[in-house]
Design a protein around this ligand. Structure first.
Ligand code: A3P
Length: 296
């Protein structure tokens, strides 16, 4: 087992031009050769886009909205993260998934070009959740402050520069959302938006239900909306990540369930940062019909 100093706060390393946590790079052979099964459901996102929220929604739909069944285990065990690795701290995602019976729920933040081939070969269903670039930047910054498996984010000023340049874990937000957007044209990918989920959770949960081939009564849908609200998930020990030891995630610095809103970026971006960000955004998102809302 490696000591904390060698495991925590290490710098990112590259896989095919994408910066990733060093521990994922060490485990990369296992990730690349991962054997997906045809009935696996992939929940894919750029970090901080609503992965935990969607994971709990999917689990609730599959369990007919039964909150007790959904509290059977922590979210990171019910929906293991494919590429996760933290040597000496927790078992790798590939190992946890190999032990799971089908049908499995799989979480991943990998950009589309790095997803193991077996997912495409097996025609696995996938749900992609995208969130506007500004709120993701703010959420990711706070997450990096509290999650010691990540490199130190530096100041907000420094972080926003790195984020725009794609020098953060999982690389460019812009490439990530566009890459998955294009892929949905030839693969069963349900592409959803965090802001739409905030605006009308029931409408978006219904889309997920149809995609999963389920048919739940209105009252069950209402129950799922209730139990997957930010307020409920913040208090739920199986979804708020408080089961992760404090030396890894120090929630006294910033809670995992931080604010859960659209538009918090306005409390963090200066006017000048916003102008620079917008100009850069126009350039990077030119030529795509993918549209985001930065407030609702
Ligand atoms: P904030 O940091 O802006 O609050 P992920 O699960 O992909 O890591 O995303 C985490 C972000 O989703 C955090 O955003 C978190 O608060 C938010 N989130 C988690 N559960 C939510 C819910 N039920 N409703 C709204 N936002 C939620």
């Amino acid at each position: 087992m490696e000591n904390d100093e060698s495991v925590l706060r290490r710098k990112l390393e590259m896989v095919c031009g994408v910066p990733l946590f060093w521990s994922i790079v060490e485990e990369w052979a296992q990730v690349e050769s991962f054997q997906a099964r045809p009935d696996d459901l992939l929940i894919s996102t750029y970090p901080k886009s609503g992965t935990t929220w969607m994971s709990e929604i999917v689990d609730m739909i599959l369990n007919d909205g039964d909150p007790d069944k959904c509290k059977r285990d922590a979210i990171f065990n019910k929906v293991p993260m494919l590429e996760f690795a933290a040597p000496g701290k927790m078992p790798p995602g590939t190992e946890k998934l190999a032990e799971k019976s089908s049908p499995r729920l799989v979480k991943s933040h990998l950009p589309v070009q790095l997803l193991p081939m077996s997912f495409w070969e097996n025609g696995c269903k996938m749900i992609y959740v995208a969130r506007n670039a500004k709120d993701v930047a703010v959420s990711f910054y706070h997450f990096d402050l509290m999650n010691k498996l990540h490199p130190d984010p530096g100041t907000w000023e420094q972080y926003i520069e790195k984020y725009m340049a794609g020098r953060v874990a999982y690389g460019s937000w812009y490439d990530h959302v566009k890459g998955w957007w294009e892929k949905r044209k030839d693969h069963p990918i349900l592409y959803l938006f965090y802001e739409d989920m905030k605006e009308d959770p029931k409408r978006e949960i219904r889309k997920v239900m149809h995609f999963l081939g389920k048919d739940l009564k209105e009252e069950v849908l209402d129950r799922i909306v209730y139990h997957t609200s930010f307020e409920m998930m913040k208090e739920n020990p199986t979804t708020n990540y408080k089961m992760i030891p404090k030396d890894v995630m120090d929630q006294s610095i910033s809670p995992f369930m931080r604010k859960g809103i659209a538009g918090d970026w306005k409390n963090h971006f200066t006017v000048a940062q916003n102008e620079t960000f917008n100009e850069d955004y126009e350039r990077k998102m030119a030529g795509t019909n993918l549209q985001f809302r930065t407030e609702i």
